[in-house]
Design a protein around this ligand. Structure first.
Ligand SMILES: Nc1ncnc2c1ncn2[C@@H]1O[C@H](COP(=O)(O)OP(=O)(O)OP(=O)(O)O)[C@@H](O)[C@H]1O
Ligand SMILES: [Mg+2]
Length: 610
């Protein structure tokens, strides 16, 4: 029976879970932590670091350390969000070949799915070490408000990491699943999820038969803890500039230290009323004089700096209830998810809006992964769970197309339960027209170009005929992952029409294949590396023990030919082992470990008898 793991691929932290004996287990990483920083770095020697290892060296290797890649995934190069990240990140982003974004790590630009894949591969490994076998299938979560491009890119990331992403589920839905699973409750629940990079609100009806029906969802995929940190950074930078006339933003290492300090201060302010931010030697004045940054930030000041961000989330919540035709009183439970909901001002704002205290008892950092794990088990072969979970999610944004005058014609409205489809007929408008172009987009604006372009679909190879004589039926489909596909059929001949997708920011199939190959190659190399390291450690400790006994053994047996011969052989074994270590030859090293063990046994025997 193949286990399906659940991964919460967060902006700041990622978390993995799996169901064992009917209960979801959050799997700790090697360091014993249940969440892993979604950070990736490349060392000077070209070694890839992920998670805590990447985080630990972020300040000294700021330019080659990536954080918050999720804020960039599925976005176009010329989007305002990408511009914002470009101007504030300590790593460099460059334009990719399809109007997409790449991150420069050392000498190589990496697509965002590749970066996310490195994090996913790490989560896969954490699960494999825990389970003791390979894992190939996963349920991965995304913010509910993610559009098709962002979902598709996340799926690509899974493939590059060697994972078959059997389902993508929305983070608040996953949280609701973890919250309601097995509790036999029948109620309307609001999930407010403010994480490191994104904000989501979903209203669900949880039924006692294990049905989780999303009624309405809304969000902002560029609103989260990062923005709170940015306000503190701005405050520090502006203050420093006023005092010393120096712009700290120009120095990447200083910027990374500021970011670190800002986040730390923010977190501390959730439990204390004021913090001192202290960054000695933050920059040189240019006259060879080191300058220090030292400032006190109070909770009140911090709340003032970020008040509008909290207000924005509340506004989105109000909108969601309106869309669902619900009043605040209809919501029976409020569940808080995401690290940012630990900020007292956030919790208070939500409690005030709903007029009730949020439910306690869900772990804000782990609940999404737990839900993903439960869904994974239900979709997998954990038959005891299959009948117990039914997720009915919705599409977060209206799907439509561009029509005459640059207007947006909705085809599938937001909050429609998925999977769903809609067909539409097109007729040719010119004589002998052989192609039709369809621009598919997602969003709520009447102006087509204000919405997110998913793709230009070109129907080609139409029959040559007078205008209006060819009728084509186009089907727009959204699957359970929230991913859009478009098919077309010639109504008269019943022939499927081919559709070419252009102008998306995604990877081409060729690029994706290359990246999957590179991912596999890396996994093999890493396994080999780890095996080598393990053998090397074994060998070194054996050598150490043998050398410790050498003198004693020499005293006992060194007088005989047989004894001298044994000692020579022991020397040779050690030399050969050292040579194998130097060559990084794992296979030879494995043989040498056996030989060393035999030598040690013999040595111990001699010493014991003496
Ligand atoms: N005690 C705290 N007080 C305030 N903020 C906190 C606290 N603990 C964590 N955070 C913030 O919460 C954010 C991380 O939350 P979380 O791990 O839920 O995000 P994520 O799941 O990685 O992101 P997302 O869901 O947006 O993709 C960070 O910005 C972090 O600074
Ligand atoms: Mg999250």
């Amino acid at each position: 029976m193949e286990k399906v793991i659940g991964i919460d691929l967060g902006t700041t932290n990622s978390c993995v879970s799996v169901v064992e004996n009917g209960a979801a287990v959050v799997i700790p990483n090697r360091g014993g932590y249940k969440t892993t920083p979604s950070m990736v770095a490349m060392t000077e020697a070209g070694k890839r670091l992920v998670g805590h290892l990447a985080k630990r060296q972020a300040i000294t290797n700021a330019e080659n350390t990536v954080y918050s890649a999720k804020r960039l995934i599925g976005r176009k190069w010329n989007s305002p969000q990408v511009k914002q990240v470009a101007s504030s990140a300590s790593y460099s982003i460059v334009e990719g070949p399809h109007n997409d974004v790449r991150i420069q790590l050392r000498d190589k630009p990496h697509s965002i799915p590749e970066i996310s894949a490195m994090v996913l591969a790490e989560m896969k490994l954490i699960a494999e070490e825990y389970l003791g076998h390979e894992v190939t299938k996963a349920v991965v979560t995304v913010p509910a408000y993610f559009n098709d491009n962002q979902r598709q890119a996340t799926k690509d990331a899974g493939a590059i990491a060697g994972l078959d992403v059997i389902r993508i589920i929305n983070e608040p839905t996953a949280a609701a699943l973890a919250y309601g699973f097995g509790r036999n409750i029948d109620r309307t629940v609001a999930v407010y999820d403010l994480g490191g990079g994104t904000f989501d609100i979903s209203v669900l009806e949880i039924g006692s038969e294990g049905v989780f029906r999303v009624v309405s969802t809304n969000g902002d995929t560029f609103l989260g803890g990062e923005d709170f940190d940015a306000r503190v950074i701005d405050w520090l930078v502006d203050g420093f500039k006023a005092e010393h006339g120096i712009d700290l933003r120009k120095d990447r290492m200083a910027l990374q230290r500021l970011k670190d300090a800002a986040e730390k201060a923010k977190i501390e302010l959730s439990s204390v009323r004021e913090v001192e931010i202290n960054l000695p030697f933050i920059i040189s004045s240019g006259r060879n004089e080191a300058l220090h940054l030292q400032r006190v930030l109070t909770r009140a000041e911090f709340e003032k700096l970020t008040g509008d961000l909290v207000d924005r989330t509340v506004e989105i919540v109000r909108q969601t209830l309106d869309d669902a035709g619900l009043s605040r009183d209809d919501v029976e439970d409020v569940v808080l998810v995401g690290g940012m909901t630990r900020m007292p001002r956030v919790e208070r704002a939500v409690a005030e809006f709903f007029g009730r205290e949020p439910s306690k008892g869900v772990h804000p950092d782990e609940v999404v992964a737990v839900g993903a794990g439960i869904q994974g088990a239900a979709l997998g072969e954990e038959s005891s769970m299959q009948s117990k979970v039914v997720l009915l999610d919705v599409t977060p944004q209206t799907l439509g197309m561009m029509v005459a005058g640059g207007l947006f014609e909705p085809l599938i409205p937001k909050d429609t339960t998925v999977p769903t489809m809609r067909t539409k007929s097109f007729t040719t408008s010119r004589d002998n027209q052989t192609a039709v172009k369809i621009l598919v987009m997602q969003g709520e604006n009447d102006q087509a170009d204000k919405n997110e372009l998913l793709g230009e679909f070109i129907l080609t190879g139409l029959r040559r005929a007078p205008a209006g004589a060819v009728e084509i039926e186009v089907t727009f489909e959204i699957n359970a992952d929230g991913i859009v596909s478009v098919h077309a059929k010639d109504l008269e001949t019943g022939k499927e029409q081919s559709i070419t997708v252009t102008a998306t920011s995604g990877l081409t199939p060729d690029e994706l294949r290359d990246m999957i190959d590179a991912g596999e190659q890396y996994a093999v190399e890493r396994k080999r590396d780890e095996e080598y390291e393990g053998r090397k450690q074994e060998a070194e400790s054996l050598i150490h023990e043998i050398e410790r006994l050498f003198e004693k053994v020499a005293k006992v047996v060194g007088g005989s030919d047989y004894g001298r011969d044994a000692l020579d052989k022991a020397h040779t074994v050690i030399e050969k082992t050292r040579a194998a270590i130097a060559r990084r030859d794992t296979e030879a090293l494995t043989q040498q470990v056996d030989a060393l063990s035999r030598t040690l046994r013999m040595f111990k025997g001699v010493v014991q008898k003496a």
